[in-house]
Design a protein around this ligand. Structure first.
Ligand SMILES: [Cu+2]
Length: 271
């Protein structure tokens, strides 16, 4: 009698745990889908449900302020040219890829990595996001080409192509690697432990493949979109140096002041 009650309780606890796990998994799947996180199989860590909770001393460095702006290019942009690929790759694509080292849309410069490079309050550390950042290899190009992540955060490098890519970052301060993603659905999960802007990523099979990853020990970074816009939020009040990095046009810095949790505007012009 007692045994069977214990068993029942055990079973119902198991059922509860199972339901909880299922709910968490479903939430993660929804979140991933909402972020447009591409295909691949969903081998996920179901314990990463507490991504938003941070220890108190890390919370205090977060603020309500932001730095937003536009990055423009005033020169004559060179025309984007079709990327020459091998047959495997062209067969995989609906249309030819265009070069991405300089993407200018009506004067707005895309793929500029913008980050806070000085001025953050000292003595704080910033929680490492539980969610990975995702980079895909699709049609023999990296998506995104330019991205940021935090030290210790996981980067999940997916392969959406039915053939091999190898992933070969060449950092100076971090540990590099050179590993294969043999086919569609394969992925690597890696992290970088030291701040480094930028880490160049290449594929030794397809020489034109190129990506850049900015690694920082704080969350205050962004990449300009097709309209040249960026926004860095969650900043405490203070005076900051913001640096903009572009793979062809180099770096620019500017000073901004965040007051009363408001928005500081920081526009960058490359000539
Ligand atoms: Cu490749």
């Amino acid at each position: 009698m007692q045994m069977s009650r214990l068993n029942q309780e055990g079973n119902s606890n198991q059922t509860k745990n199972l339901m909880r796990l299922t709910a968490i998994s479903m939430l993660l799947v929804l979140l991933l889908a909402a972020c447009g996180g591409g295909g691949g199989d969903a081998a996920m860590d179901s314990e990463s449900d507490s991504g938003d909770s941070m220890p108190a001393e890390e919370m205090t460095a977060m603020g309500a302020g932001s730095v937003s702006g536009m990055v423009m290019f005033t020169g004559e942009p060179s025309e984007r040219t079709p990327v020459r690929m091998n047959d495997d790759c062209t067969d995989e694509r609906a249309e030819a890829a265009l070069s991405e080292d300089m993407i200018v849309n009506e004067g707005a410069l895309q793929n500029v990595f913008v980050y806070v490079s000085a001025g953050l309050p000292e003595g704080y550390s910033y929680a490492t996001p539980a969610d990975p950042v995702v980079m895909d290899q699709e049609g023999c190009m990296y998506t995104p080409r330019v991205m940021g992540m935090q030290t210790g955060q996981t980067i999940r490098i997916e392969n959406s192509d039915p053939f091999q890519h190898n992933v070969h970052p060449v950092p100076e301060d971090n540990r590099g690697f050179n590993e294969s993603t043999p086919g569609i659905g394969d992925y690597l999960e890696k992290s970088f432990l030291v701040p480094e802007v930028m880490i160049s990523v290449k594929c030794d099979v397809h020489s034109w493949m190129q990506a850049y990853i900015g690694v920082l020990d704080h969350p205050y970074f962004a990449t300009t979109d097709a309209s040249g816009a960026f926004s860095i939020s969650g900043l405490p009040d203070g005076n900051y140096t913001v640096t903009a990095w572009h793979e062809q046009l180099g770096e620019q810095t500017m000073d901004v002041m965040v007051v009363d949790g408001g928005m500081a505007e920081a526009n960058v012009t490359y000539q």
